[in-house]
Design a protein. Sequence first.
Length: 229
Amino acid sequence: MKRTISLSTLNFLLVLLSLLVFISLLSLMLFFGLEATQDAWYSQQTASLQRQIEERVLEIYRQEGTLSEGSLSVALEDLLQQPTYLIISDTGRNTLYAYHKTDRSVGRARGFQFGQLENQKILPITREDGQIIAYYSMHLPTFSEVEANAMLVSAAKNVLIWALLIALLVAVVLAFLFFLPLKKRSRELTEGLTSMANRQRDVVLKQSMVSEFADISEAAKKTARKSIA
């Protein structure tokens, strides 16, 4: 005999599968959304820092006609964003200003040394007429490279994982409780139809709010009346 599965069990499995797919998609969306938010934050902060550096270097050049380590140190000491490192050189690539953050809380910055900078990108600083007056390279820690922020992101991910697991558990329990009456009604209907098939005349099929069950019950009653007649 071919193995079968009950309607209530099949519905329960389908609902459970739907919940798993929904939660998986939601988890992926939240995870990549968090990553995208951090990337957008980093891009905005990097662009802001670059503007500050270029504007202050240009201001010094306009005032003094040249760039020196002293004037650059004064102009760049209170940047709104604190870079991991910042190196400014003249058009001959001679270093005019060099700054390296020693804060050990910055994760990737711990291995940075001058002359061995990771993914170093040289950017030009140009006047309004397009003439290059200096070059600079810098690195701004990403959101998660700062230890405090990394702890915050990790805690947020842990909360998200636990929330999704609890939501899945609650959904499974509610689905199970929802399908218990369906399973009970299916069993009652099956027992009633079996009794009718055994020619028992006092079988009473209860009315059901489920349209399919109501149709089956009505069809069974008509069949029973015809067989008696």
